[in-house]
Write a protein that binds this ligand. Structure first.
Ligand SMILES: Nc1ncnc2c1ncn2[C@@H]1O[C@H](COP(=O)(O)OP(=O)(O)OP(=O)(O)O)[C@@H](O)[C@H]1O
Ligand SMILES: [Mg+2]
Length: 267
């Protein structure tokens, strides 16, 4: 297995924070796979994703990307290689959908002007995400789910080698959720590396190749979904009673949170 990322002794502390948010993390993320970061609120997932995307710099330790410390890549090369979609992207100015998606082409430009292939890529990613009909709409007049798809389109328009997505499916309905995930799987099959943060563990069970479970800024478990999505890890990490079973139809795990105070009647 070749590695996309290797983290060695990575610690990150926000300025003024009393303790590190990511603490002494050693992990690997395989190349050519779909990796998910999971864990409870505040576990450090978004912070870790920012370290992978070089939006933050480790206080201690090293983040290697394709065998080189991330800091050693020239800015332009990094901007072309990595697309990072934050958890709460903001668009502070009025802009039409097509123009916002076109911004994703920015790292690939050499001049202020669009090249014909830029327009082609924008049209293609809008098509892939089935949002071509939104092309001429004002971004701020879209629904939450539509806005999320547009942000995703902008990340895809960058044509990165690695996509880092922070909860990209939160506002999507069932159909769009499975559509986006199956498109991501297709792109992974074509060689794209994907790391995404998800809270829906059933989707993780179904679509992920590799899972990193974070708890309190540390790695609690790492590996393929069947190894990580185990009752003992999930119960400990989420501090919640969980139901973990095998979905007979799909052969994948099915995971549900149980009501607070739930006692297993069989015990
Ligand atoms: N800019 C910041 N300054 C100080 N502390 C921060 C900052 N950003 C995040 N933190 C703290 O770091 C911890 C981890 O935050 P992070 O956003 O990485 O969590 P997360 O796992 O992504 O959680 P969620 O599932 O809620 O998005 C939290 O306790 C948070 O309060
Ligand atoms: Mg987060």
């Amino acid at each position: 297995m070749s590695f996309l990322y290797v983290l060695e002794g990575v610690t990150f502390r926000y300025p003024r924070a009393s303790r590190p948010t990511v603490e002494d993390v050693d992990l690997v993320i395989p190349a050519g796979r779909l990796t998910t970061l999971i864990g409870p609120n505040g576990a450090g997932k978004s912070t870790l994703l920012k370290l992978l995307g070089r939006r933050l710099e480790a206080t201690e330790g090293t983040v290697f990307y394709c065998q080189q410390p991330v800091q050693t890549y020239p800015v332009r090369q990094w901007a072309q290689a990595i697309a990072w979609l934050p958890q709460n992207p903001t668009v502070a100015f009025p802009i039409r959908v097509e123009d916002l998606v076109r911004l994703g082409r920015w790292p690939r430009r050499r001049t202020w002007f669009d090249r014909p292939q830029d327009a082609e890529v924008v049209a293609r990613v809008l098509d892939v995400l089935e949002i071509g009909h939104l092309r001429g709409r004002w971004f701020h007049e879209l629904s939450g789910g539509e806005q999320q798809l547009v942000h995703l389109a902008r990340a895809l328009a960058q044509e990165p080698e690695t996509l880092l997505l922070d909860e990209p499916l939160t506002f999507l309905d069932f159909r769009h959720t499975v559509h986006v995930l199956s498109k991501l799987r297709q792109l992974v099959a074509q060689g794209l590396h994907v790391v995404l943060i998800l809270h829906d563990l059933n989707l993780v069970a179904h679509y992920a190749d590799w899972v990193v479970l974070l708890y309190g800024g540390r790695v609690m478990a790492i590996g393929p979904p069947d190894e990580v999505l185990q009752y003992r890890y999930l119960k400990a990490a989420y501090e919640t009673e969980v139901y973990v079973d095998l979905n007979d139809l799909t052969g994948r795990l099915i995971i549900l949170p149980m009501p607070e105070g739930w006692q297993d009647p069989r015990l």
